[in-house]
Design a protein around this ligand. Structure first.
Ligand SMILES: *Cc1c(COP(=O)(O)O)cnc(C)c1O
Length: 649
């Protein structure tokens, strides 16, 4: 179906000649973090650009939003762009192949997707289907994830790597997979897993493919700095590794040991860490070969970063390398270590999760309301006989300059507090307090306007711009849709997806629908690094204003929770076609209220019955009549069937 609508009809505001899409692009840094997948159209809308054959094709996100509206799919919604998922698998595999060819490396690359990063069925299905061409397999960290992998992988050249603690059922499943010809590896997390694996393999009658997870001493930068190196809770220490080798040799199963696994951590922003990790892993690999294990597979885990900031630095939310550089560094480091020892080049495995799926999902939401931090219309003179502190505030308001702003700030604070105290003691009226607070806000605003010209901003005034930001209330739950923002201070690029030919004149922080003070976003990527507020447009009455949170395909969906019982959002999967049209290949309606109630063991039928009894007794007492009773029960039942998020009526 053709989705494209005429763009002019949506531009309610004429192009502003002092502002342009190009300026918006710079302001929001979209050309830096968008990696060529997201950019701005001249009409001021965010477009997603994908490769189809040798062409690149762009579609405006607003076109997709309109298509969703037409299908009754309300905000908030996760948009998954199938082409981007495919493209990431392709680029990952092709970059490794290129590095391998260039270096003369004598083996190949096999990627595996760690299921925990996005377990959603259609994401996994697409990776299995599209990845088949590259023999892209899966990494499973639990029984459930192994079941997912086994139900999806059809290609026996794709690998399945099992990490995590494995019980009898997990082990049996993996052994049966071996029997059927799957390249299914058990990576030993602990020496204690070994006896059970050997016992079950005797009973089932299949030799396992074994790997060992080492604990490298390499520390990595970024969020997981303190959990890396010797502090890592995963992997075998060297002494235990030797115990594993000895036990295998004793059981005449050393030939099963074919893989070395090394996962340094996620979102490694610094290429130097990657390189050190590979060098360390290769030394272990060589050691295992020397011990007589056949080996053949080197699994370097995840860690390939995503540049959420677009800054190209080694800061936590960024990365100081490109994909090609990552691949070349790995391939070269392996050659460098193993060649002098005449050890055959292993199959290179990586378990890139974040870098594979982050780009393909966008969280779309609308803004419901704004709390304006600008003071209302100001009274220009003191009311006669007004509270004496008002005069002080008025003076500060009228006299603030670049030279005395600190003094004015101190005064304003003093008089505002004194006024509040008078109010508490009944010596100032509600109207006087209102006027004083308005003036106080205006003083702060005047000071904030002066700060950009000031050489040294006093620490107590640094947070003034954030304090004075408007609060934009978004129709989403941070805890459900962007849990890492809350849990680990993750930065995601967030920006309006339309009206970008207009200058955004407001400075805002975002609040979600949960009535939780943690449900806010007040750190954003800006042109000069991280900022505490986001430039946004004023709302137009009667018109929706849409924002997108980008690069949210990794980790967010499953980590999300039911805080305030906001459930799963609507999800729409689109596939963009060569002619610029797109198909809604799948749509999933998010949780209804009844669904989330059941998750916490409330039974909607019983709730309805109990509520019916309340209504019935109200009829008996003559508080409502039967017609009203019907309307009330209908409202109750409609709410049970409704989307958990805010729906415009
Ligand atoms: C989480 C995890 C990954 C994925 O890491 P990314 O940084 O998302 O690529 C890979 N391997 C293991 C063992 C993991 O625990």
């Amino acid at each position: 179906m053709k989705q494209v609508m005429p763009k002019e009809s949506r531009c309610s505001v004429p192009m502003n000649d002092r502002w342009s899409s190009k300026k918006s692009a710079e302001l929001y840094g979209i050309n830096d973090w968008g990696a060529g997948y997201f950019r701005l159209s001249e009409q001021g809308e965010v477009e997603v650009t994908v490769d189809i054959d040798d062409d690149s094709v762009s579609v405006s996100l607003m076109d997709i939003v309109l298509g969703m509206q037409a299908r009754g799919l309300h905000m908030p919604a996760v948009l998954r762009i199938r082409n981007l998922l495919d493209q990431r698998i392709k680029i990952l595999n092709e970059s490794f192949t290129r590095a391998i060819t260039q270096t003369g490396y004598r083996n190949h690359y096999r990627g595996v997707f760690p299921i925990k990063v996005n377990q959603q069925c259609h994401v996994i299905e697409e990776i299995a289907e599209y990845g088949r061409h590259y023999h892209h397999g899966f990494e499973a960290g639990s029984k459930a994830e192994l079941i997912i992998a086994l139900s999806q992988v059809r290609d026996k050249d794709s690998l399945i790597v099992c990490n995590g603690y494995k019980d009898k059922e997990f082990i049996d499943l993996g052994l049966y997979a071996r029997q059927m010809g799957y390249a299914c590896f058990f990576v030993l997390e602990s020496v204690n897993e070994l006896p059970l694996i050997l016992e079950r393999s005797d009973i089932v009658g299949a030799d396992p493919l074994l790997g060992v997870r080492i604990r490298t001493s390499v520390m990595v930068d970024g969020h997981w700095r303190h959990d890396s190196g010797d502090r890592s809770i995963f992997g075998l220490c060297t002494d235990t590794l030797l115990t594993v080798i000895d036990s295998l040799r004793e059981a005449s199963k050393l030939h099963c040991l074919q893989l070395l696994h090394c996962h340094l951590g996620s979102q490694i922003p610094n290429i130097r860490n990657v390189r050190s990790g590979v060098l360390d892993a290769c030394r272990f690999y060589a050691g295992l070969v020397r011990e007589g294990a056949p080996m053949g597979y080197l699994d370097l885990g995840g860690g390939l970063a995503v540049d959420y900031e677009g800054a190209r630095t080694n800061s936590t939310h960024s990365m100081n390398y490109q994909l090609d550089e990552y691949c070349v560094n790995i391939v070269e480091s392996i050659c460098e270590t193993l060649d002098p020892m005449y050890i055959d080049h292993p199959v290179i495995i990586t378990e890139s999760g974040r870098a594979t799926v982050a780009y393909s999902s966008v969280l779309l939401f609308n803004i419901l309301d704004v709390r304006d931090s600008h003071p209302g219309p100001l009274l220009s003179s003191l009311p006669p006989g007004g509270n004496e502190n008002l005069a002080g505030l008025k003076w500060a308001l009228d006299n603030v300059t670049q030279d005395n702003f600190q003094e004015c700030y101190n005064d304003a604070l003093f008089y505002r507090d004194a006024l509040r105290e008078d109010f508490q003691h009944g010596q100032a009226s509600l109207r006087e307090r209102g006027l004083g607070e308005n003036w106080f806000l205006a003083v702060l605003q005047n000071i904030a306007a002066l700060l950009p010209q000031v050489n040294r901003v006093p620490p107590e005034l640094e947070s003034l711009p954030t304090l004075l930001s408007d609060i934009y209330y978004g129709n989403f739950s941070l805890f459900q849709s962007l849990p890492d923002v809350w849990a680990i201070d993750q930065i995601f690029p967030i920006m309006p997806i339309h009206r970008l030919t207009e200058k955004p004149t407001r400075s805002a922080v975002l609040a979600d629908l949960t009535c939780d003070c943690d449900g806010k976003i007040d750190k954003f990527t800006g042109p000069k690094g991280l900022t505490r507020s986001l430039p946004l447009h004023p709302l137009h009455p009667g018109e929706d204003y849409y924002l997108g949170a980008f690069l949210v395909g990794a980790y967010q969906e499953t980590l999300g929770d039911l805080h305030n019982l906001f459930g799963d959002t609507n999800v729409i999967n689109v596939a963009i076609k060569g002619d610029g049209s797109f198909d809604f290949v799948r749509e999933f309606h998010g949780d209804r209220v009844a669904d989330v109630l059941r998750y916490v063991e409330h039974e909607p039928r019983q709730m309805q019955e109990r509520f019916r009894q309340v209504a019935e007794s109200a009829v008996r007492q003559g508080k409502i009549n039967v017609t009203q009773r019907q309307a009330i029960l209908r409202a109750f039942s409609n709410s049970l069937n409704a989307y958990t998020y805010f729906k415009r009526s």
